[in-house]
Write a protein that binds this ligand. Structure first.
Ligand SMILES: CNc1ncnc2c1ncn2[C@@H]1O[C@H](COP(=O)(O)OP(=O)(O)OP(=O)(O)O)[C@@H](O)[C@H]1O
Length: 314
């Protein structure tokens, strides 16, 4: 299970809305000229007024900021924004609007207002968090997220949880890393060197330890009857931002061969410094694994990109 931060639940909250207006394969954005997000392309939204529902606030902000009347709006996500040093949470309610009427009206606050093709979205000139969750909006995958900002351009912690809209199946896999000091063996074949694509499925009734040993022996010439388990990671693969239906539970074993009497290395593999090895989830993953202290982790991934990672001590 993905841990979702709860320590700030007692913090005062300021409720805000953010609505993306979508038509065919285009999204309407406005350049914000004052207040939060100044100089960035934004969806339309703002703070909820007292005695107003969050839904009404979303509709009002759309009207105020771009002149359109939203007819059909759907809640797609919740985001808690937190700033280091502040004990106030900005609670963002994210909506998708695909039916509207009226004409676009620019204002001092928002101008210009432009339609952007989905594949030409100005993600580099928007709030940095958009890169992590905006594709979820387009694919209509409901989500809940938390971003901790150091300043307006730097996120120091993030959690994205995809809300469970149907049953997900779990697959159990094992993977074994062979290490010596701060180096690991990786395949010379690029595709095979990608760790999340090359683990071994655990058959029904088979123990994790046996699966790990047979994986080890089929990939490397090695004589050992023991390989320690270091981590359990849950990986949700969205695969081009499709709704993930599978959670991979991967049990990571690490074989330290520096103490082995016999270890013959085949030509298919080479030693690589853990800091230089690519395709191993996020930057922290390999170094944490090679410390040989048990831990748990969660990764939300789209192809090779990690959208969100979380580490917990065992
Ligand atoms: C920190 N990372 C962030 N990432 C993405 N979006 C963010 C954001 N932080 C704020 N936002 C959005 O910015 C708008 C606030 O706008 P803001 O001008 O303050 O609201 P409002 O129109 O009520 O202000 P005034 O009362 O007119 O000053 C609102 O849509 C809100 O969701």
């Amino acid at each position: 299970m993905l841990y979702y931060p709860t320590y700030f639940e007692c913090y005062p909250r300021k409720l805000m809305t953010l609505t993306f207006i979508i038509q065919n394969d285009e999204v309407l954005l406005g350049m914000k000229n004052r207040g939060m997000g100044k100089g960035k392309w934004n969806g339309f939204g703002g703070k909820k007024e007292p005695n107003e529902s969050i839904f009404d606030a979303a509709k009002r902000e759309v009207k105020e900021e771009c002149g359109l009347d939203a007819i059909s709006m759907k809640k797609i996500g919740f985001i808690d924004f937190e700033y280091v040093g502040s004990n106030e949470i900005l609670e963002g309610h994210i909506y998708l609007c695909d039916k509207f009427k009226g004409h676009i009206v620019e204002s001092d606050e928002m101008a210009p207002i432009k339609w952007f093709k989905i594949n030409q979205f100005p993600l580099d000139n928007m709030w940095v968090d958009h890169k992590l969750w905006f594709p979820m909006v387009l694919k209509q995958i409901p989500f809940k997220a938390h971003f901790k900002y150091l300043d307006d351009d730097t996120i120091v912690d993030s959690t994205i949880k995809l809300l469970r809209i149907f049953k997900k199946t779990k697959e159990i896999w094992v993977n074994v890393i062979v290490k010596k000091d701060n180096k690991i063996l990786i395949s010379n074949n690029l595709e095979e060197s990608k760790i999340f694509k090359r683990h071994q499925y655990v058959k029904k009734g088979e123990s994790l330890e046996n699966a790990a040993l047979s994986y080890l022996k089929s990939n490397y010439e090695i004589t050992t009857e023991e390989v320690p388990k270091i981590a359990v990671i849950n990986v949700e693969l969205t695969d081009n931002y499709s709704i993930p239906s599978i959670i991979q539970e991967i049990h990571m074993f690490v074989m330290d061969v520096s103490k082995l009497k016999k270890f013959t290395q085949s030509n298919d593999y080479r030693w690589t410094n853990i800091n230089n090895a690519q395709f191993f989830a996020d930057k922290k993953f390999l170094s944490t694994l090679c410390k040989m202290k048990p831990f748990k982790a969660y990764f939300l991934m789209d192809n090779d990109d990690v959208l969100c990672s979380k580490y917990y001590n065992n």
